[in-house]
Structures are given as structure tokens and as C-alpha cells.
Design a protein around this ligand. Structure first.
Ligand code: URA
Length: 245
């Protein structure tokens, strides 16, 4: 839900001040009814808003897949001026927000969008969207430790759901595993490895659902295809077209 003046300004037809004055002038209707209060609540999923008789279309939905390099923060602006994922995106993109976070030291697949329903669908653990990580763990991970990860471990914020864990290879000093989790708690993979007595040395998110990072160069981005969007969030609203009238 958004206020009527915000809906008008977000649709890109004018500033909030202009929107207030149009509303006051009686140029705006919601579901055909004249509304002259800028604070009138609008449900963008259901309500039709028109300005001078022309119906507004919702802001075009954008779905970005970024190959986040290590060292970038998943935040819009850092008070300390450190690099953020927005430094990697062109200014021409509409505002998009991250769908979940990757730690500063984690690289890999990060989705950004302006579609809150899509983001909710992907991040809410109830929907169990799998997130796949390539983990370089310190030391030799033994079968019992891997089994603990598979069973789920208890973290400070409660027990985790079971993880799928595949042993990829061991070197003298470390173990590579692929882990698939269906939650997205803060630093979850790192904390799970610590809970079994190891430590993450390197972490890369390689996939979310069926979308993989392979094929994209590090630091680069691309838009998701409509089929990828539908595949990840089948219940999310279809993208709507942009612009007023
Ligand atoms: N788990 C972590 O520990 N870190 C991430 O960035 C993502 C998942």
C-alpha cells in the first residue's frame, strides 16, 4: 500500500509536490472515483489510478542478476564510503534492492529487483527456494561433520533446516563442498561451518533456484529473462508495463 501522491510520483509522471497539487485540483481518480486527499491509501495490486483520465501503469519491474565480487557491500550507501554493489550497476537502471544479502567477503549470485513480491517469494524460507554455495572450508571435513551439516545444526538464532552437502574434493589443508540451503539467515553458511568446528575460507553463491552464475563474468550483471523470473517465483505477479497513459 502506498499513498496516492507517492504512487503518482513513483510512476514517474511528476514530483510529489506536483502530485499533491494535481490531487488537490481534482485531476486524479482512484477506481473512477475522484480523490482529493494525497494521503489516500492505494493498493497497487488492485486499484486503478488515473490522471486526467489516463490510467497509470505500475513501474516496470526489473530483475537483475549480478556476479558480486568479494569486497563489495550489499548495501545502498556505506557511511564509510566503501564499495557497494551499486557501484557495479549502471545509473540508467531504475532503483532496485537486493534480494537477500551476501557478506562483504562472499562473491557470487546476487539478485536485485524493484518487485517486493518477487523478493519475498525468493527469500521467505517458507517457499524453500534453494540457494547453492561453493564452500572452501578450513581443514579436513570428516564425514561426521558433513552429516551434522546435512542434519542441520543449532545456531545462536535456533536450529537450521537440513542442508544438502556434497563433498567435492580435499586438499592437504582444506575441503571443498557444495551446500544447498533453503533459508537465508545472516552469515548462515559461515556460522554452520563454525558450528561443526571448521571455518569458511572462501564462499561463492553459485545458484538460486535454477538460475546459475556460470556464464557471467565477475562484476558483471544481466537481466533475468521472463522465464527465469517465472521459474523462481511462480506465484509472483506478472511484470507490468511502464509509463503513464
Ligand atoms: N551465508 C553466509 O555465511 N554468507 C553469505 O554471504 C551468504 C550465505
Amino acid at each position: 500500500m502506498k499513498t496516492l501522491e507517492r504512487v503518482l510520483s513513483k510512476a514517474g509522471v511528476g514530483s510529489r509536490t506536483e502530485a499533491r497539487s494535481w490531487i488537490g485540483q481534482g485531476r486524479v481518480r482512484v477506481n473512477g472515483k475522484l480523490i482529493q486527499t494525497p494521503d489516500h491509501w492505494v493498493d497497487l495490486e488492485r486499484d486503478r489510478v488515473s490522471l486526467d483520465g489516463k490510467e497509470l501503469q505500475a513501474e516496470a519491474k526489473v530483475y537483475v542478476l549480478l556476479y558480486k565480487p568479494k569486497g563489495y557491500l550489499t548495501t545502498y550507501r556505506d557511511p564509510e564510503g566503501r564499495a557497494t554493489v551499486y557501484d557495479l550497476l549502471p545509473e540508467s537502471l531504475p532503483y532496485v534492492f537486493p534480494v537477500g544479502r551476501l557478506d562483504q567477503d562472499t562473491s557470487g549470485l546476487l539478485l536485485l529487483t524493484n518487485d517486493t513480491q518477487f523478493a519475498e517469494r525468493v527469500t521467505n524460507p517458507e517457499h524453500k527456494v534453494p540457494k547453492t554455495y561453493l564452500v572452501k572450508a578450513a581443514g579436513s571435513l570428516e564425514e561426521a561433520q558433513i552429516q551434522s551439516l546435512r542434519d542441520g545444526v543449532t545456531l545462536s538464532d535456533g536450529p537450521t533446516q537440513p542442508a544438502q552437502v556434497s563433498l567435492l574434493r580435499k586438499t592437504g589443508s582444506c575441503t571443498f563442498v557444495e551446500m544447498v540451503i533453503r533459508e537465508g539467515r545472516n552469515r548462515q553458511v559461515r556460522r554452520m561451518l563454525e558450528a561443526v568446528g571448521s571455518k569458511v575460507l572462501k564462499l561463492v553463491r553459485t545458484a538460486i533456484g535454477g538460475i546459475e552464475i556460470s556464464g557471467l563474468a565477475i562484476g558483471k550483471h544481466r537481466l533475468l529473462t521472463p522465464a527465469e523470473v517465472r521459474g523462481l517465483a511462480p506465484a509472483a505477479r506478472r511484470p507490468r508495463r511502464h509509463s503513464a497513459g
